[in-house]
Design a protein around this ligand. Structure first.
Ligand SMILES: Cc1cc2nc3c(=O)[nH]c(=O)nc-3n(C[C@H](O)[C@H](O)[C@H](O)COP(=O)(O)OP(=O)(O)OC[C@H]3O[C@@H](n4cnc5c(N)ncnc54)[C@H](O)[C@@H]3O)c2cc1C
Length: 478
């Protein structure tokens, strides 16, 4: 990584305070730039916020909960968030997958022990070598895909698996538990399991679990936001909330503008200043399915029958590999399944400070079709109850955010798309448009830095960091 020159005297305006906007701001403020962040919401953080959503004293992550890809990156090496209050904590089981009858699978930090407990050595064949070199590989894929890799052999080993459909990797496994565990982690891509490259997200997250684990931020994901905001403010930067930027003209003429927005919103903000072909590409950027989120206050936690789920940070709920494959295929076709795939977050297991005595904050969301206006609360409760009888009776309070609420809560979640863009084959390689310079908007000094740019979704801040480095390159400071 080349070290940049100081950026003192450079003025920067950032639209949106999601993890990418803040990461860009923190990196540039630390280099001496004069940073201003403008956020539409009354609270900063975008998809990295936490709040007492159900009962007093219970801290729920409003969006992002687990941070395997944000732990050791070029950004965290450049900006010491630990010095600004951020600490990570790990559950004993990184993620689990209950099946009927109290059986199931569980991913531990050790890939060998995971394979042993699954009674399936092929888990080790699938993820052992990739996990061993994942630290090096992640440096390569946490940047633009079209770039010269620093670790070509390790990246090729990763790429061989990532390019496959989820179905092909599933055929490797012998046990139902291993197949289901794979289905749960692969479903994070929000893609039909038969499509090419649908394994990419699952292979990355499964390997990351064995390399870094799936940690939570102490005190809530909000701590990641607060740490980055603290770096910006320590560098003299200003953060303004409750103001939606409608037009780039409102920003005056800073040297650098970074847009932490969805591509279509960037086109609208930039108006006539953006070349028409780029605005067209941004407007045709494809968004993925939606999410329907329910947070629960649960007395004594969820009574999972599957023992390893009792100590898991994340529990993937949806039954067998086949059931999840069918549910994901329906959601991607715009149909709501009766039994959707549900992700349950038990962050309090790693971080007990989020609970109030015996009452714990539980986070869950179901995958639903884009823009779905229905209510999935009962479907989520029924899916959890299926593997944890008695759950319903332990719920003291709920907080619901539908797919349509999601897009009102954060304009970047178009149609409830919490990953800011479908993980299609072309958008995995080229996002937000077909170009070798994904952060450029066609306007000098103006860059897109949201999760619609490489490396994509996640509260890792790497899109913002890479966009900031692109801006420094253009300013000849890198
Ligand atoms: C339910 C849920 C669960 C998730 N789980 C995880 C997880 O476990 N791990 C993980 O890594 N990621 C997870 N994610 C994804 C992660 O939160 C996002 O990928 C990440 O937040 C994207 O960051 P961003 O900076 O690109 O944009 P965002 O976080 O979406 O922030 C964009 C910000 O810009 C503001 N904004 C938009 N337009 C304007 C405007 N015109 N003017 C001013 N401000 C504007 C918005 O209000 C928002 O605050 C999850 C997301 C959700 C919703």
């Amino acid at each position: 990584m080349t070290a940049p020159k100081p950026a003192s005297g450079v003025t920067v305006s950032i639209v949106g305070s999601g993890p990418n906007g803040l990461a860009a701001g923190a990196y540039l403020a630390q280099l001496g730039a004069s940073v201003r962040v403008i956020e539409a919401n009354k609270r900063i953080g975008g998809g990295a916020r936490s709040a007492e959503l159900t009962l007093p004293g219970l801290i729920h992550d409003e969006c992002s909960g687990f941070h395997p890809l944000g732990l050791q990156t070029e950004f965290t090496q450049a900006v010491d968030l630990g010095a600004h209050g951020l600490t990570y904590l790990w559950p004993e089981v990184q993620y689990s997958h209950p099946l009927d009858g109290g059986t199931g699978g569980a991913a531990l930090r050790s890939v060998a022990r995971t394979a042993e407990r699954l009674h399936d050595r092929r888990w080790h064949s699938a993820f052992g070598s990739v996990s061993a070199s994942f630290g090096a590989v992640s440096d390569d894929f946490l940047g633009p895909v079209i770039s010269i890799p620093g670790h070509p052999l390790a990246l090729a080993n990763f790429g061989l698996r990532a390019a496959l459909p989820v179905t092909t990797i599933a055929r490797l496994f012998k046990t139902e538990a291993a197949k289901a565990l794979w289905a749960g982690v692969a479903a994070h891509a929000f893609r039909p399991f038969a499509s090419p490259f649908s394994s990419a997200v699952g292979v990355a997250l499964a390997s990351a679990a064995h390399t870094y684990g799936w940690p939570v931020a102490r005190g809530g994901t909000q701590s990641i936001t607060d740490a980055m905001a603290s770096v910006i403010q320590t560098g003299g930067g200003k953060i303004e909330t409750n103001r939606r930027v409608e037009s780039i003209g409102e920003l005056g003429s800073p040297d650098v503008v970074l847009l932490d927005t969805a591509p279509a919103a960037a086109a609208s903000i930039c108006g006539d200043r953006m070349p028409a072909r780029i605005a067209r590409a941004y407007r045709s950027y494809e968004h993925g399915p939606g999410a329907f989120k329910v947070d629960f206050a649960v007395e004594e936690g969820i009574p999972w029958l599957h023992e390893e789920s009792l100590t898991a940070g994340t529990v993937h709920v949806g039954g067998t590999y086949g059931e999840i494959a069918d549910a994901e295929a329906m959601v991607c076709q715009g149909e709501m399944p009766e039994r959707p795939f549900v992700l349950v977050g038990q962050q309090y297991i790693a971080d007990p400070s989020r609970s109030n005595g015996d009452v714990h904050p539980v986070y869950s969301y179901a995958h639903v079709p884009s823009g779905w206006a229905g209510d999935a609360t009962e479907a989520i409760i029924a899916q959890i109850e299926r593997f944890a009888p008695g759950f319903r009776d332990r719920v003291l309070a709920t907080h619901v955010r539908s797919a349509t609420d999601m897009s009102r809560y954060n304009a970047n979640y178009v149609g409830g798309d919490i990953i800011t863009g479908a993980n299609t084959m072309s958008q995995l390689v080229f996002r937000p448009r077909r170009t070798t310079q994904p952060y450029d908007t066609g306007i000098e000094g103006v860059y897109l830095c949201s999760a619609a740019t490489p490396p994509g979704a996640g509260a890792h801040g790497m899109c913002g960091y890479q966009a900031a480095r692109r801006a420094l390159t253009k300013l000849k400071l890198l």
